[in-house]
Write a protein that binds this ligand. Structure first.
Ligand code: 6PG
Length: 243
């Protein structure tokens, strides 16, 4: 497989990158609701999306987005309760979800408080109930770690091999912890995938993934290109420095 070819939007700085994410989130929401009456989106954890969450909770985005028709899922979660400092749900709830008029019933978090296998199985069931056996997200927003992991798909982690399930629990050796994640088939089934990478610490990983050897086990973020959809990388100049 060729190294993933995708659109790469290089933004002047992290602030303008967050702006791009907010614009595209809003545009995807409006076009999805206009076309099918609903918007299914999966959002990540991590620090890169913080500024975009805060923008989406502010004007003009907060008033533009049809929150009552927006169904928010998560790309992954830590195995912690929803009020834990490391919870991706808590991060999104604090910065965005608690600040916009989205019905709580439209937000679907991984039950990180449950044992990992049980948590993944429960999320699998919810995904199937709400989106059918082959969920097709209108937008999946992802971050990327310096090790090129994305969601909780880490280099050589067991979840990379999951091709049937929609959600998986996997023990991540480097973290010495279990993580919960959407699987590659679900991410690749999306209409739009947006990968956000910011800062000089990500520059080498961005180059490796976009211009280096195609190796999805070593570089899991190389496996997220939609089968029938668009992949967009949003990076700042620092993260694009080695391209
Ligand atoms: C998580 C995320 C993870 C994150 C990347 C990038 O649970 O941490 O979903 O995949 O997006 O690790 O994290 P930063 O944005 O903090 O660099």
């Amino acid at each position: 497989m060729q190294p993933c070819s995708s659109d790469v939007l290089v933004c002047r700085n992290a602030r303008s990158a967050a702006q791009e994410v907010a614009e595209r989130f809003t545009s995807a929401a409006l076009s999805s609701v206009a076309a099918q009456g609903i918007f299914h989106v999966a959002i990540p954890g991590g620090s890169s999306s913080r500024a975009a969450f805060e923008l989406l909770a502010s004007e003009p985005y907060a008033s533009l987005i049809p929150w009552d028709r927006t169904m928010v899922f998560f790309t992954d979660e830590r195995c912690v309760p929803p009020d834990h400092k490391d919870s991706n749900y808590r991060l999104a709830n604090d910065l965005l979800l608690s600040r916009v008029p989205i019905p709580p019933s439209n937000v679907y978090r991984f039950p990180g408080e449950l044992p990992p296998i049980e948590a993944a199985a429960e999320y699998e069931q919810v995904l199937g109930q709400k989106m059918g056996e082959r969920p097709r997200f209108d937008l999946v927003v992802l971050g990327m770690g310096e090790d090129t992991h994305t969601a909780s798909l880490f280099p050589n982690s067991p979840a990379l091999d999951e091709t049937q399930k929609l959600a998986a629990a996997n023990f991540v050796a480097k973290l010495e912890a279990h993580r919960l994640t959407l699987t590659i088939p679900v991410i690749r089934g999306a209409r739009r995938v947006l990968v956000l990478a910011l800062g000089s610490a990500k520059a080498h990983a961005v180059k490796e993934v976009l211009q280096g050897e195609a190796n999805e086990r070593l570089h899991p973020v190389q496996s997220v290109a939609p089968i029938d959809g668009r992949l967009l990388w949003v990076v700042d100049q620092e993260a694009a420095a080695e391209l």
